[in-house]
Design a protein around this ligand. Structure first.
Ligand SMILES: [Zn+2]
Length: 279
């Protein structure tokens, strides 16, 4: 993914340096965008995260939002992604609304429309920023810091090019009721290919698993993706009056993901009253 020297016009501290069009100082940024952090934190000043280099496998830690910053893009390349940040924010807002109003049958009916193509690019930005900034954990504690995105990926992000067929956003359905949880958590973990390259990133929002796939899957492993939902139409939870709908330039590839929310359960499988959990 890297190895080539920074070209003329590129800022060696910017992950888009190979486009050679850097301008302005490196900007301080939240690696997952402030609007998304605020949405998934429910307006609180802390957030539960996992997958950062200092964390153990599977560990979830509460971190103050102002402490989550990175310096991975020059001013020009940072500001060029504002629309994608907005899509990420809208998506997080919809997920938060669905989560907050689970089981509330009196809530008004709302549809959150999210630009799926922009959301994929927001995830791509998060992936590249987390890897280049060393803010994510690779297998065997390998360091990701300084690993640059491939030029093809930068063209998807900055030059309006499309993801290759089969790459992009997937939703990983779980068993009914297993998806929707009350967990206020944002996880993001890189996915590695067999040859050790970064193949994508897994994002966890309130128990929903999304994967941004940025590599082609080897035909021997293609069946693993059989029940993954590629570019779904939306997400809806039975027992919740909020609907998340994705708009795709190419049209959706999978139907709306319908989840039945069956309540909250502790580790022994006993139902927990929602109020109790909220504390
Ligand atoms: Zn730049």
């Amino acid at each position: 993914m890297n190895g080539n020297p920074c070209p003329p016009g590129g800022n060696p501290k910017c992950f888009a340096q190979h486009l050679g069009e850097c301008e302005g100082e490196i900007e301080k940024e939240h690696p997952v965008s402030e609007c998304v952090l605020l949405a998934v934190s429910g307006g609180k000043s802390t957030i539960f995260v996992r997958g950062r280099p200092s964390q153990k496998e599977g560990e979830v830690r509460e971190i103050p939002i102002p402490n989550i910053v990175s310096h991975v893009l020059c001013a020009k390349h940072n500001r060029a992604l504002t629309d994608f940040d907005a899509a990420g924010g809208k998506f997080a807002e919809g997920m938060e609304a669905m989560n907050a109003l689970l089981g509330d049958t009196k809530a008004s009916f709302d549809t959150f429309e999210v630009d799926g193509d922009a959301l994929e690019r927001w995830m791509l930005k998060v992936l590249y920023g987390a890897v280049f900034g060393g803010d994510t954990k690779l297998p065997d504690n390998a360091k990701s810091k300084g690993i640059l995105p491939p030029i093809e990926g930068l063209r998807i992000l900055y030059k309006g090019e499309s993801f290759p067929p089969g790459q992009g956003l997937y939703l990983l359905p779980g068993p009914p009721g297993a998806n929707a949880t009350d967990e206020l958590e944002l996880g993001r973990e890189p996915l590695m290919s067999a040859d050790g390259n970064i193949a994508g990133m897994r994002f966890v929002f309130y128990g929903f698993n999304f994967v941004l796939l940025v590599a082609n899957v080897h035909p021997d492993h293609a069946s693993k993706l059989d029940d993954w939902m590629y570019r779904p139409k939306g997400i809806t939870i039975r027992g919740c009056n909020k609907l998340l709908r994705f708009k795709w330039k190419t049209g959706a590839y999978s139907d709306t993901h319908l989840v039945t929310w069956e309540g909250l359960f502790d580790l022994e499988g006993n139902r927990i009253p929602r109020e109790e959990k909220r504390g």
